[in-house]
Design a protein around this ligand. Structure first.
Ligand SMILES: [Fe+2]
Length: 248
């Protein structure tokens, strides 16, 4: 593992000159790796598999650094698919050798597909499991970042639109294309609540109370009563859902 972490540090530090977003992405990656390892332990994976997950955690967003350098955005629609790009980075001159000796194909396929809505059907059961772990670990960290007051996103003094509200309650993930009001950005965050893959992720969510913290922040900054009511309603819906998922 030290070999992988050392190489990750060396590689990513060489991008620091391209701006603060790089350090943010490094920190995000390290937290996602920790989340993925904690979740894997809760799922009782073997130590061997946890080692693979740790390397996958470090590498899942490895394409982000070249993406930022070349396109100055992390928005794939405006640039390149960062999963595919990560795969290319790791394939080039067998760069992946610097991280792991065995199970390279698994790591490569998980990196490539970790951001896909629909997974190809030639993945092994284990690869699908690893992708689900990384997705949950990633969502946990996005929620962590949203729960920090200083990192709050810009909303407006308007409620969430009915369209986005309904979509969240249908357990759909909201994308940037769905947004109507600025407050709808909260729908992206709330949509995560219904899309975790494991009971164990809900147990972590219950412990960390990210949604309560997030809702407190936005209730505090908005002057709109309708949005305040929506936020309280969403708190109940989400907390009931989390509770239900930890019991099943
Ligand atoms: Fe990613």
């Amino acid at each position: 593992m030290n070999k992988a972490l050392e190489e990750f540090t060396r590689y990513t530090n060489s991008y620091l000159e391209y701006g603060d977003m790089i350090q943010n992405k490094i920190d995000h990656t390290l937290r996602v790796t920790d989340n993925a390892v904690s979740l894997s332990r809760k799922l009782n994976l073997s130590e061997d598999k946890i080692e693979i997950i740790r390397v996958i955690g470090l590498l899942h967003d490895i394409g982000r650094f070249e993406q930022w350098k070349n396109y100055h955005t992390f928005y794939d629609v405006d640039s390149i698919d960062h999963g595919n790009y990560g795969y290319e980075v790791l394939k080039k001159d067998n760069y992946i050798d610097k991280y792991i000796d065995n199970n390279q194909d698994t790591v490569l396929r998980v990196v490539k597909n970790h951001n896909k809505m629909d997974l190809p059907n030639d993945l092994t059961e284990e690869e699908v499991l690893f992708i689900k772990i990384i997705k949950d670990a990633d969502m946990l960290d996005i929620l962590y970042m949203r729960s920090i007051y200083e990192l709050k996103i810009k909303i407006e003094d308007k409620p969430m639109s009915k369209e986005v509200w309904d979509k969240v309650l249908e357990h759909k993930l909201i994308s940037k294309e769905d947004l109507i009001t600025l407050s709808d950005k909260l729908g992206i965050t709330f949509g995560f609540a219904f899309n975790f893959n494991f009971k164990e992720s809900y147990i972590i969510l219950k412990e960390r109370k990210y949604f309560d913290k997030i809702i407190d922040i936005y209730k505090d900054i908005t002057n709109n009563d309708e949005l305040k009511n929506q936020l309280e309603e969403m708190r109940n819906i989400i907390n009931n859902y989390i509770e239900e998922m930890t019991l099943c």
